[in-house]
Write a protein that binds this ligand. Structure first.
Ligand code: SAM
Length: 352
């Protein structure tokens, strides 16, 4: 069923842009997918939801960075798009066990009011005089100090637009409602992407998100001005092809993005090369994209698995933990599909 408010938007001449459609489906205050789910994990499972091992390796990386003494007073962590709050809660729990920091400041940025409610509930028992958690809605409110910034599967849930090449001209693929059906129609565009046309062939599709470019530039600018590191995990190939990568998942099954508006999750592949390009404009250093498994191996997932297994007596729980480990690291599962990138204000060297 198509929500009435969405149909009303679609009455406009030439329909709506794909990014408006995605923004409505995922984030509309009443109908948005993220405003109505009870928790992340219902239609798709993310790495922090698979296992605590994921967050524990990230906290080792954070400790490694703070021990380098390259970034001043690195005891501030910011997460964008925390979902259920699982990753940050695993990071806090793990850092608490190392007793290195007197105080850790956590800032969370979350677009969905519904998920903020869940995060507040899920994190309430971790707040104490040494752990301060604040929810912010714009990056300008972040302390003007060095930060460790992290996100998992944030940008693949951002609205994007698509442009297609036809006879050496560029057209925007817009969403229209015709004969009781949602579909794409192509309209001539004056998009800035037109200057890329010479590199493209007929039928090529370029995906572009103004929102990703804006947020990533703000994050990079913060790192450039105040120092720190940005660790990101997301979904996509090393080099994005000029094809449509948009996909929807409804009740754990792939479907067409027009099939269950507002009830299906919609994602696309990240353009890691573009992120690297933007980071250069801010004079940052970058590592990756590397497979998620490589990062996890570097920051102790095997050792952590062994140490937890040693303390377990139940074979059933051991098997469960091993299968979570396999899911996070195996090539056939999330280990290779998901990539990791690291951006820093000062150069760090990792043995990749
Ligand atoms: C695919 S979920 C991933 C959730 C979590 N990071 C995890 O790995 O389980 C995407 C998350 O990003 C949030 N989000 C999307 N756009 C955002 C934005 N512009 N600012 C902050 N959060 C955003 C969503 O509401 C959701 O919490």
């Amino acid at each position: 069923m198509i929500p009435r408010e969405l149909k009303k938007k679609l009455m406009k001449k030439n329909g709506i842009s794909l990014s408006e459609y995605i923004d409505f489906c995922l984030y509309d205050k009443s109908h948005g997918y993220y405003e109505n789910i009870s928790r992340i994990g219902h239609d798709f499972t993310t790495s922090p939801e698979v296992s605590q091992l994921f967050g524990e390796c990230i906290s080792i990386f954070f400790l490694y960075l703070s021990n380098l003494n390259l970034f001043q007073d690195l005891n501030r962590i910011a997460e964008f798009g925390p979902g259920n709050g699982t990753l940050i809660s695993d990071i806090i729990r793990s850092l608490n066990s190392y007793n290195k920091f007197n105080k850790i400041n956590i800032s969370l940025f979350e677009k969905s009011k519904n998920l903020i409610k869940h995060q507040k509930q899920n994190l309430s028992n971790l707040i104490n005089p040494n752990i301060e958690i604040t929810w912010l809605n714009k990056i300008e409110s972040l302390d003007k100090n060095s930060h460790f910034i992290v996100c998992n599967e944030l940008f693949d849930a951002f609205p994007i637009n698509q442009y297609i090449v036809r006879n050496n001209k560029l057209y925007e693929r817009r969403v229209v409602y015709k004969n009781k059906k949602l579909l794409f129609e192509e309209y001539p565009t004056s998009s800035k992407l037109l200057n890329k046309i010479t590199e493209l062939k007929d039928g090529d599709i370029i995906e572009h998100s103004c929102e990703i470019e804006k947020l990533i530039s703000q994050i990079f600018n913060h790192l450039r001005l105040y120092g720190g590191a940005f660790l990101l995990f997301d979904y996509g190939p090393y080099q994005k092809a000029n094809v449509s990568t948009i996909q929807a998942i409804f009740k754990k099954k792939k479907c067409c993005i027009f099939e269950h508006p507002s009830r299906a999750d919609i994602t696309h592949h990240i353009n890691f090369v573009r992120l690297k390009e933007i980071s250069k404009e801010y004079n940052l250093f970058s590592i990756g994209p590397i497979p998620q498994s490589k990062f996890l191996n570097m920051f102790g997932i095997n050792e952590r698995l062994d140490s937890i297994l040693k303390g377990l007596s139940s074979n059933k729980i051991k098997k469960k933990l091993e299968s979570e480990f396999f899911r996070l690291t195996s090539q056939a599962e999330m280990g290779e599909l998901f990539k990791c990138m690291i951006f820093t204000s000062k150069q760090i060297k990792l043995l990749i």
